[in-house]
Structures are given as structure tokens and as C-alpha cells.
Write a protein that binds this ligand. Structure first.
Ligand SMILES: Nc1ncnc2c1ncn2[C@@H]1O[C@H](COP(=O)(O)OP(=O)(O)OP(=O)(O)O)[C@@H](O)[C@H]1O
Length: 214
């Protein structure tokens, strides 16, 4: 069944301020949506609404035509969310962290699969160190190895390029292109240029209102 997440007339207020209102958008298989805007414009808040982590909004969110609140469980079984905090346990190794995330996602993995996922992110040789001893960019790479290991069709990524060097950026851009090229979907926030081999839809949040462009 195809992916389809829709927002209709979505509005969100935080701390007495409207971050956005009257927002309409649709994400289907093969779409990549880049959410842009200044610091504090509401990008993370929007991702939390679209990923069903927060129910504090006005308007309608639909997953495959059904209210997201009602079909949240099915929706979550298709979603991989990586926030800007990497959600890693510092005392555990990269391999152990990945094993934990894969099990949490209901997709137990073999050690060979975890080693391969880390290798894709350029972390061969760093599999067994406690993650807390890795650099910020290496920790980001461990978090992103979930994209390879945990097979989900809808990715929501909040500032996934943070701390990555040029090689890491290229690896992530290749993963995004490949995922979307195979019919997956991506919603991401980033403040930096995005070089992918597929058309990118852009949503700009800001004081002047909400713009959606392709
Ligand atoms: N639970 C909350 N209670 C009160 N205010 C909140 C809450 N969540 C977010 N905000 C406020 O909403 C605004 C938008 O926050 P958000 O994290 O969505 O911005 P952002 O666009 O992701 O910013 P950045 O680019 O800095 O990451 C901020 O001013 C923040 O303080």
C-alpha cells in the first residue's frame, strides 16, 4: 500500500505564539520534503507533529486517509525518526546501540548486518568503542547507520547533517537519493545545501507565513 501523509489546515501555537497556521501538505512515496526556516520558526515542532510524537495542534493529520491519531500504531511501523539529539547510549558501543535500536523497531539484526551498516557510514574499526568516546561527527554517523539497518519507508530527520564532514554529507545525500529513488519518503530539516538526485519539495516556515514550493 502506498505511503501518504497529509496535513490539512494544520496550525500550531507554542508559548502564546503561532508558529504556523493553515498549513496544507502531502507526502507520498518518492517524495522528499525539506522544511526550512530560521531558528525558532517551528521546524522541529512540525516534525514532532508529523511524526505523531506530539498531538498538540489544530487541523487535521491523515495517514493513508485515516486520522493519524487513530492509526498511529500502523503509521509508526513505517516511520524512522532521527532527532537532532542522536538517541545513543554513551556507555554502549556502536554495535550495541544499533542492536538496541533495531530491536526497539521490531527488526532484530545480525552482527554482520550491524557491521555492514556501520561500514556504510564509514565507521569500520569503531564498532566496539563506547559511543561516548567517539567524536560528534562519528556519533552522528552511528545514529544515521539506523537508516541502513532499520528498514522503514518514511524517514523524518531533524538536522541530520549536523557535525558531518564532507564525506559524511555525501554519504547521507547518497542514502537519501537512493531511498527516495526506491519509492521511500523523507521529511528533513537542514540549514545547509542539499545535493540529491531527486526533486526536492521545500516548505518555508517564517514570520511572513508558510510557503510550499517544488
Ligand atoms: N513545548 C513547548 N513549549 C513552549 N514553547 C515551545 C515548545 N516547543 C517549542 N517551543 C517554542 O517554539 C519555537 C519553535 O521551536 P522549534 O524547536 O520548533 O524551532 P526550530 O525551527 O526547529 O529551530 P532551530 O532551527 O533553532 O532548531 C521556539 O521559540 C520554542 O521555544
Amino acid at each position: 500500500m502506498s505511503l501518504q501523509l497529509q496535513a490539512r489546515n494544520l496550525a500550531c501555537e507554542r508559548d502564546g505564539r503561532w508558529l504556523f497556521g493553515a498549513l496544507d501538505l502531502e507526502i507520498q512515496g518518492g517524495d522528499i520534503l525539506r522544511v526550512e526556516g530560521a531558528n525558532g520558526s517551528g521546524k522541529t515542532t512540525l516534525l514532532k507533529l508529523l511524526s505523531a510524537q506530539s498531538l498538540d495542534y489544530q487541523g487535521t493529520l491523515l495517514w493513508r486517509g485515516e486520522p493519524l491519531r487513530r492509526v498511529r500504531r500502523d503509521f509508526l511501523s513505517h516511520l524512522l525518526y532521527i532527532g537532532h539529539a542522536s538517541a545513543l547510549k554513551p556507555a554502549l558501543s556502536a554495535l550495541e546501540n544499533l542492536a538496541w535500536h533495531a530491536a526497539l523497531a521490531g527488526q532484530p539484526s545480525s552482527e554482520a548486518e550491524r557491521v555492514a551498516a556501520l561500514a556504510t557510514l564509514g565507521l569500520s574499526g569503531f564498532e566496539d568503542l563506547p559511543v561516548g568516546q567517539l567524536s560528534a561527527g562519528q556519533q552522528r554517523r552511528v545514529a544515521l547507520a539506523r537508516l541502513v539497518l532499520v528498514r522503514r519507508r518514511l524517514w523524518m530527520l531533524d538536522e541530520p547533517f549536523t557535525a558531518l564532514d564532507r564525506d559524511g554529507i555525501q554519504t547521507l545525500e547518497a542514502l537519501l537519493s537512493s531511498h527516495v529513488g526506491q519509492g521511500g519518503s523523507v521529511v528533513l530539516t537542514t540549514h545547509q545545501p542539499l545535493r540529491v538526485e531527486v526533486p526536492v519539495n521545500r516548505l518555508h516556515l517564517g514570520e511572513e507565513g508558510v510557503d510550499v514550493t517544488t
